[in-house]
Design a protein around this ligand. Structure first.
Ligand code: CTP
Ligand code: MG
Length: 214
């Protein structure tokens, strides 16, 4: 079957403070251009949701549609813009995407219909209350969820439709599947897949780009 990469890139980048985040450049290349370049050779089509009124920069091999008010709404719109059997949803804000992670996801999707890149948590975790250590959260078995996430398109559509009907919102797509009780396969992600969220992340991205682009 056909595979599409769906890239939500319609956010405003409030926490970064540099304008629409997908258009922010790291070492001369935008976060969006980096994400598209990683996926384009591995899928049949690339669809990007952009902020209202903005257009794709020259030379980015993708098709653009207007995004929505939330990430979830942007993905909902992307899902309706393709007829691919399998979709890979990937945040534009994660510009360093190793090919091996995409391949592992594409292999995992047929098993359960849903899979996400994720990394075992390395830090000690604690629940805080009013700035004080309340209780330890054992980290054994805990994973930090990344993108890309791969799905049979029909399954993700169904999960989105259910979430909309119930007014449920989530920051990722695999969560909408798990919420319905369907299995989601965890595929080893990569530290370089961190999300560029704050100005500090941009400094880290510059350092990674120096190695990535070499
Ligand atoms: N996104 C989107 N549509 C929205 C909001 C977010 O497509 N209405 C996308 C972003 O462009 C990003 C991904 O979802 O690629 C993850 O969102 P996030 O890191 O929160 O980016 P922003 O929403 O742009 O940042 P902020 O929350 O700081 O404003
Ligand atoms: Mg956001």
């Amino acid at each position: 079957g056909r595979t599409a990469a769906l890239i939500p890139a319609a956010g405003s980048g409030t926490r970064l403070g540099r304008g629409p985040k997908a258009f922010v450049e790291v070492a001369g290349k935008s976060l969006l251009a980096r994400s598209v370049a990683a996926l384009a050779p591995l899928v049949d089509e690339v669809l990007v949701a952009l902020p209202e009124g903005l257009t794709l920069p020259e030379g980015v091999p993708a098709r653009a549609i207007p995004g929505g008010e939330t990430r979830q709404e942007s993905v909902w719109r992307l899902l309706h813009a393709t007829s691919a059997d399998v979709v890979l949803v990937h945040d534009a804000a994660r510009p360093f995407l190793p090919e091996g992670v995409v391949q592992a996801l594409l292999e995992a999707v047929p098993e359960t219909g849903a899979a996400t890149a994720a990394l075992p948590v390395a830090d000690t975790l604690v629940r805080g209350e009013r700035g004080r250590w309340a209780d330890l959260v054992p980290r054994a078995g805990l994973w930090a969820v990344q993108t890309p996430q791969g799905f049979r398109r029909e399954l993700l559509l169904r999960a989105h439709a259910a979430a909309r009907a119930e007014g449920f919102s989530a920051t990722d797509d695999a969560g909408l599947i798990a919420r319905l009780g369907f299995p989601v396969t965890l595929v080893p992600g990569d530290a370089r897949l961190f999300k560029v969220t704050t100005p500090g992340d941009l400094a880290l991205a510059q350092a990674v780009a120096a190695v990535w682009d070499a």
